[in-house]
Ligand binder design. Sequence first.
Ligand SMILES: NC(=O)c1ccc[n+]([C@@H]2O[C@H](COP(=O)([O-])OP(=O)(O)OC[C@H]3O[C@@H](n4cnc5c(N)ncnc54)[C@H](OP(=O)(O)O)[C@@H]3O)[C@@H](O)[C@H]2O)c1
Length: 321
Amino acid sequence: MNNTMKAVVLEKPTKGSEVKLSDIPIPKVKPGWVLVKIRAFGMNHSEAILREFEIESDYIQKPVIPGIECVGEIADPSDSGWKKGQKAAALMGGMGRSFNGSYAEYALLPVHHVFPVESSLSWEKMAAVPETYFTAWGSLFQSLRLTCDDVLLVRGATCALGYVAIQLAKTSGCRVVGTSHRESKLKLLEAAGCDECILDEGSLQGKVSGLTKALELIGIKTLKDTMMCVEEGAIVCNTGVLGKVYEWDHFDPIKDIPNGVFLTGFYSNYPDENTMRDIFRFLDEHELSPLVGKVYDFKNITEACEALDEGKVKGKIVVRI
Ligand SMILES: NC(=O)c1ccc[n+]([C@@H]2O[C@H](COP(=O)([O-])OP(=O)(O)OC[C@H]3O[C@@H](n4cnc5c(N)ncnc54)[C@H](OP(=O)(O)O)[C@@H]3O)[C@@H](O)[C@H]2O)c1
C-alpha cells in the first residue's frame, strides 16, 4: 500500500472554489479505531457550514479533513474484530469536525461509528444513505412517530434530506405536503411524490390544514409559523437549519409552543448498528433506490463543493473515489 493519500485539508474558512486536494500520509491505526478505504461519500449542508464559519469554533480540530459520512471497505481492522475488505458505512460522532473525516482516500474512524453494510447497491447509491437516510428515518419514525394515518408537512423540502423524507413517508403510506420557497421547484416536489406542494412565502397559515406531523427543515426562522399551522395534538420536529438562524433568542416555551402541540428535534450524532441495518433492509424490502442528485469524481471535488455552496444540485451530492 502506498503511504500517501489524496485528501481535502482545511485550516480556515474556505469557499467551495478554493477547495483543493493535497497529498498527505495515510493515517496509522490505533486501538478502537479502524482504517477505512473510502469508495464514495455523500456531501451535506453542514459541510458548507463548516467551511463557511464553523471551522473557527474551538471544538473543530485544525487542520481538519471535512466530511461527516462515507462508505467503503475496511483496510485495517486494528483490534475491532472486523474483517479486512468488509463493506462499511460511517457517519457523525465528530467525524470531519473533532477528528478527520471522509474527503479523503482513507479515513481512520472510531469503531463505534462504523457499521457493517450488507447490500448489493453500487458504492455511489450506498453513499447516499448513511447521514441523509439516518436523519430522515430518525426524524420521521423516532421523533415524529410517523404512521400511515398521518398528514406530514415537509417544510423546506427541496434539499437532499427533504426528498428522502418524502420518499420514506410516502412509502410508509401517509399524505405528504411539501413546501419550497421557489415556485419553479414545486414541480420537483410533485415529481418526488408530494400530494400537495405549497409555495412558502414566510407564512403557511391559512394555506394548509389537517397536518398531524411536521418536519421543519428551514429551522428557527419558520418554526413558530409551522407550529401555528398544525392541528392540536400534532408533533413538530425541528431538524434543519436551512434558514440560517442557529439559535432561538428569547424562546419562551409557554407562549411560543401552541397549547397541545408537541415540539421535538432530531440530532444525527448518535447512529447505531440496528437502525442502520433497518434502513438498508427497508430500502431493499420496498425496492427503493437511494436518491442521488449528482455524482462527482474525487478529482473534481472543487466543482462538487461549489455545487454544494450554490445549491446547484437537486438532491444528494455523492463523490466517488
Ligand atoms: N439535525 C441533524 O442532525 C441534521 C442532519 C442532517 C441535516 N440537517 C440539516 O438539514 C438541512 C438539509 O440538509 P441537506 O444536507 O439535505 O441540505 P442540502 O441538500 O445541501 O440542501 C441545500 C438545498 O436546500 C434548499 N433550500 C430549501 N429551502 C431553503 C431555504 N429556505 N433557504 C436555503 N436553502 C433552502 C436549497 O435549494 P433551493 O433554495 O433552490 O430550494 C439548497 O439547494 C440542513 O439545514 C442541514 O443542516 C440536520
